[in-house]
Design a protein around this ligand. Structure first.
Ligand code: PMP
Length: 436
């Protein structure tokens, strides 16, 4: 049963997906093409729903890659953006604007310890590039350690830290070392985080020049296939890195901003306090915005002469960010992510018990992954099977993402207003497709 929702998009008179592709395909980057066998042309969005050019509704269980945290076109966020757009759309380093300071203060108040100084960027990539640069400047060292299977962005530094073979080919990795990945499904060390952490000690001792600038990791790897770092891993690695004189960077681009439900930031689930926190995606609910937050002492390595950007702290984006924070609090979205996420994970786990095809269900809050078993057990390769199921789910009106080293993990990162009814609809659709 499709959950009820009372919004009908205005009539759409623009071109269809086929018309767009038949006339203008040559102008579009090949990386943009849809994964679906029949391309989808999305023209409207409201909360957890998207609408295509024919007015057909889809439950958006991918949330624009864990970005739309309050819901598509949330009225409070739209109103804040429109009001700010009418007053001032851009500001530069020449003058102040309260929108930047308001959001910087609100963000700092959400973080533990002395994490107070905020640098704004436009994306997660830029935030991580800046964080690594700060770590290098502060320590005077060059080497960065990231965790295998991580994704940190698509500029050259972050792509080096993005520890997946397909992206590693794109760059010359300079000074980046990849620690063993704690894969909970096939991992050799199971869930023993401290054993994995010893790999970082070895890397520092034998693999690097010993000049450690920092360690960067997600609390739950998103693109890597929803892999939660093993318990005990982060505390052990953080203490090793600190002893070696490096800084610890938490990439909260996906797991931050209430997504994991129980706590506001992903790293808090591991009981650690990073030196630098990076964020993007959810903080703007779809508006391009990222941030790096660090302590005043560390932030002092950057001066106006050494670092600035044109759009970082754009007043429209930071106004959107402030509205997002208010919505999360007003609508208790963190609590909702916990309650609905727990329910959804239980239902997906029951599906795993029912079907051999599902090898693993994992994640926290509304950041969940369903991994299909490895290829030898399947008629078609797992990656194709994943795409095939995604395609059929789309036909039934549900959009999920995909990820993982083998491309065989469904990523479920919906807007945090997702309901139990939505969760049921998603699981029932998956059940129906796998059964046939
Ligand atoms: N870090 C993580 C954990 C991400 O998931 C992503 C994007 N998928 C990035 C960084 C890069 O962010 P952006 O695409 O905004 O540059």
């Amino acid at each position: 049963k499709i959950p009820s929702f009372d919004y009908s998009p205005p009539p759409y008179t623009g071109p269809s997906a086929d018309e767009i592709l038949s006339k203008r395909k040559e102008y579009l980057s090949p990386a943009m093409f849809t994964l679906y066998s029949k391309p989808l042309n999305i023209v409207d969005g409201r909360m957890q729903y998207l609408f295509d050019d024919k007015g057909r509704r889809y439950l958006d269980a991918f949330g624009g890659i864990a970005t739309v945290c309050c819901g598509h076109c949330h009225p409070d966020v739209v109103e804040a953006i429109v009001n700010q757009t009418k007053r001032l759309q851009h500001s530069t380093i020449l003058y102040l604007n309260h929108a930047i300071a308001d959001f910087a203060e609100a963000l700092a108040n959400k973080l533990p310890g002395n994490l107070k100084v905020v640098f704004f960027t436009n994306s997660g990539t830029e935030a991580n590039e800046l964080a690594m640069m700060i770590a290098r400047l502060y320590t005077g060292c060059h080497d960065i350690i990231s965790v295998r299977n991580a994704y940190h962005g698509n500029a050259s530094g972050t792509m080096g830290a993005t520890a997946q073979s397909i992206w590693k080919f794109n760059v010359i990795q300079s000074g980046v070392h990849h620690a063993v990945n704690p894969d909970p499904y096939r991992g050799v060390f199971g869930s023993d985080g401290e054993k994995y952490a010893r790999d970082v000690e070895d890397l520092i001792q034998f693999g690097t020049s010993g000049n450690i600038a920092g360690f960067i990791s997600e609390a739950i790897q998103g693109v890597g296939g929803i892999i939660e770092l093993a318990p005990g891993y982060l505390p052990a690695v953080y203490s090793t890195i600190k002893k070696a004189g490096g800084l610890c960077i938490a990439d909260e681009v996906q797991a931050g901003f209430a997504r994991t439900g129980s706590l506001f930031w992903g790293f808090e689930n591991h009981g650690v306090v990073p030196d630098i926190v990076t964020m993007a995606k959810g903080i703007g609910n779809g508006i391009p915005l990222g941030a790096v937050v660090t302590t005043p002492e560390i932030a002092a390595v950057l001066t106006r002469r050494s670092y600035f950007n044109t759009f970082g702290g754009n007043p429209v984006c930071t106004t959107a960010g402030l509205a997002v924070l208010k919505v999360i609090e007003k609508e208790k979205l963190q609590e909702n992510a916990f309650v609905v996420g727990t329910y959804l994970k239980e239902r997906l786990t029951a599906l795993k018990d029912k079907y051999e095809l599902i090898g693993d269900v994992r994640g926290r809050g509304l950041m969940l992954g369903v991994e299909l078993v490895s290829d030898e057990k399947l008629k078609t390769p797992a990656k194709l099977e994943t795409l095939h199921i995604m395609d059929q789910m789309k036909e039934m009106g549900v959009l999920v993402g995909k990820g993982g080293f083998y491309g065989n993990v469904f990523r479920i990162t919906p807007p945090l207003c997702f309901t139990k009814e939505d969760a049921d609809f998603l699981v029932d659709a998956m059940d129906h497709i796998i059964a046939r």
